[in-house]
Design a binder for this molecule. Structure first.
Ligand code: CTP
Ligand code: MG
Length: 342
């Protein structure tokens, strides 16, 4: 049973907005930090090429999607020149020999190959920057979904700010670590984008549904269509609802918490950013889970598949508490007389 929320004053909405914007300004990395990441990547590529002469390393995830924190990990994907794919056995062999090689790198510590995961990786710790990172092989879909997220983030500044707020919220509530049974940052970002697409009027379009040709173009990667409209310059003229939503970030943040606690039917619907029409859990045969998040490209991938019933409840409680906390005006004390009480 949700408690009713009081009407919000313009002053409170202003505070709420400031808190949201602060999540972004306080946590976004500056240019120097971005270039440090590129520098580490170049250095690692040079080092790896001593043994794998055709190796190319690329950053993805939050180092590239525009929603990175100062201490976010370095997500790196390695491919070999002239080779399009790699089978699972070769992946494991290469990850193991990559781990042996990285152990000789003077700036790296805690090298750990993980070959049992869905995507085999080698983890490392970069001593001088204190950054953690991992290298995966042929994680090509991740490069594409990173570009998709980056395009949404660049479309409207409110998208970026809300994705930061969501990540801070997930960290504070301890619900944002897939390796410990909750959801990944990636999953929460998809939840934000879905909400912004479903808002009335929408804040962002469905980029996978916009195209110039008669039929949706097909760009296949690992058997999945990774096409989306990525030309932001021409997008406004292609999207009829462009500019229709003028809500502030604070309103949208509370709107998001209310949407996922009051409106969205988790039993019935899938969080799905590739189409505007609602997709049902029944359509997908994903009825055994409560939080169902479809990957925008790998349509067999439910980001919520690893959630236990207990963790699901824990996450839902965090949203319900968030709704109360962000939806209940506090008395704003004047900064000049901090002890003054009305
Ligand atoms: N990814 C994915 N499928 C998942 C989890 C992650 O494809 N189930 C890919 C996405 O491209 C994502 C990247 O791996 O952007 C990194 O995931 P993660 O580290 O969870 O997200 P980040 O955006 O990097 O956030 P953080 O700042 O917390 O590292
Ligand atoms: Mg990451």
């Amino acid at each position: 049973q949700l408690e009713p929320l009081p009407a919000l004053t313009p002053e409170f909405l202003c505070v709420l907005n400031d808190v949201c914007v602060k999540c972004y300004t306080d946590f976004a990395p500056d240019e120097l930090e971005v270039s440090v990441r590129e520098h580490i990547l170049q250095d690692l590529e040079g080092f790896v090429r001593r043994q794998f002469s055709g190796a190319r390393l690329r950053l993805f995830g939050s180092s590239k999607n525009g929603f990175g924190f100062r201490q976010s990990d370095l997500d790196i994907c390695m491919v070999l020149d002239g080779q399009d794919t790699m089978d699972d056995i070769d992946c494991i062999t290469i990850i193991e020999s990559l781990a042996r090689l990285l152990k000789k790198h003077p700036d790296l510590k805690n090298i750990l190959p993980i070959t049992t995961a869905k995507v085999p990786i080698v983890k490392f710790y970069h001593v001088r920057t204190g950054l953690e990172g991992d290298i995966s092989l042929y994680n090509t879909l991740a490069l594409h979904n990173t570009h998709l997220l980056a395009t949404y983030g660049a479309f409207d500044n409110r998208v970026k700010i809300l994705c930061y707020v969501m990540k801070v919220f997930a960290k504070v509530c301890d619900i944002g670590d897939a390796s410990r049974g909750s959801l990944s940052s990636y999953a929460y970002t998809l939840m934000v984008l879905f909400f912004l697409q479903q808002r009335n009027p929408p804040v962002i379009p469905v980029l996978q549904e916009i195209y110039d040709a008669q039929k949706k173009p097909e760009v296949l990667v690992d058997g999945w269509n990774v096409y989306f409209y990525d030309d932001l310059k021409t997008l406004p003229s292609r999207w009829s609802e462009y500019g229709g939503n003028t809500e502030s970030v604070g309103e949208l943040w509370l709107g998001l918490l209310r949407f996922y606690t009051e409106d969205f039917d988790f039993r019935e619907h899938v969080i799905c950013i590739r189409q505007r029409a609602r997709l049902t859990t029944f359509n997908k045969q994903w009825t055994s889970k409560y939080i169902v998040i479809e990957d925008p490209f790998d349509l067999n991938h439910n980001l919520g598949a690893g959630l236990s019933r207990k963790m699901t409840n824990f996450i839902m409680k965090a949203f319900i508490n968030g709704r109360t906390v962000f939806g209940t005006p506090i008395k704003v004390l004047s900064p000049i007389y901090p002890n003054q009480v009305e």
